[in-house]
Ligand binder design. Structure first.
Ligand SMILES: Cc1ncc(COP(=O)(O)OP(=O)(O)O)c(N)n1
Ligand code: 3NM
Ligand code: MG
Length: 212
């Protein structure tokens, strides 16, 4: 993941529960057909380890077919077991170094950095492939303790080559301003899965905005 001449792309986060992985794989295939998605993060909360790995394995062929990187949230060990493209680590989810050792240097390790350039520099020094800033807007997907301002994306983009991901309450109304501020990826959950016209329509709409 490098920033030079790269367009701002969509980073899709799953809902926190997936009841039927096969049915969801079919939905995801339709979503990916609707437009460009760079990454898909499997963010299951409260699922067993076996369910996370099994769901990832069911979704992997769909992600591969559309050239979408599949990441597992929170757990480098499960990302390793499922042999996916990488892991997203929060500040309490283990070190980048250990994740890279386990997964291999070719796998993606992204890190939550809240509203802190200091955390982002530390993640970058440890070898993170991207840093995530947020939450930019109110969200019901997660209880957030940190609020990020757009200028952190601009300052990061001016200083560092490592891509940034903007997250938290992003909608089709706000994606453009984050892109303009310098975000390299726009991470979205509810604005896709709860879109009035369905997730494929949402991905089409985000793609139009990010292409402008
Ligand atoms: C792209 C991206 N950015 C931030 C987060 C949040 O990670 P974390 O702080 O570990 O919180 P949970 O997602 O685990 O609740 C993320 N998942 N993805
Ligand atoms: C998972 C997550 N992490 C955040 C952070 O600020 O670190 S905000 C968030 C929720 C993202 O979902 P939505 O697009 O529905 O707001
Ligand atoms: Mg986490």
């Amino acid at each position: 993941m490098t920033t030079s001449d790269q367009p701002c792309r969509l980073y899709l986060i799953s809902q926190s529960e997936i009841a039927d992985a096969d049915a969801f794989a079919a939905t995801l295939d339709g979503v990916f057909k609707a437009g460009d998605v760079a990454c898909f993060q499997l963010r299951l909360k409260g699922a067993s380890d076996d369910a996370v790995v099994a769901t990832a394995k069911t979704l992997m062929p769909v992600c591969e077919a559309h050239d979408v990187a599949l990441l597992i949230n929170d757990r480098a060990d499960l990302a390793h077991e499922a042999d996916v493209d990488g892991v997203h680590l929060g500040q309490g989810d283990g070190s980048v170094k250990k994740a890279k050792e386990l997964l291999g240097l070719d796998r993606i390790v992204g890190v939550t950095c809240h509203n802190s350039l200091h955390l982002a520099f530390a993640a970058g020094e440890q070898g993170a492939d991207y840093v995530a800033f947020g939450a930019f807007y109110p969200t019901e997907t997660k209880k957030t303790e940190y609020h990020a301002e757009k200028d952190i994306l601009t300052r990061w983009d001016e200083i560092v080559e490592i891509p940034s991901v903007a997250i938290g309450g992003i909608t089709t109304d706000t994606a453009a301003e984050l892109k303009e501020a310098g975000a390299h990826f726009i991470a979205v959950c509810s604005a896709v899965w709860q879109h009035a016209d369905g997730p494929a329509a949402a991905v089409r709409a985000f793609n139009q905005i990010l292409a402008d």
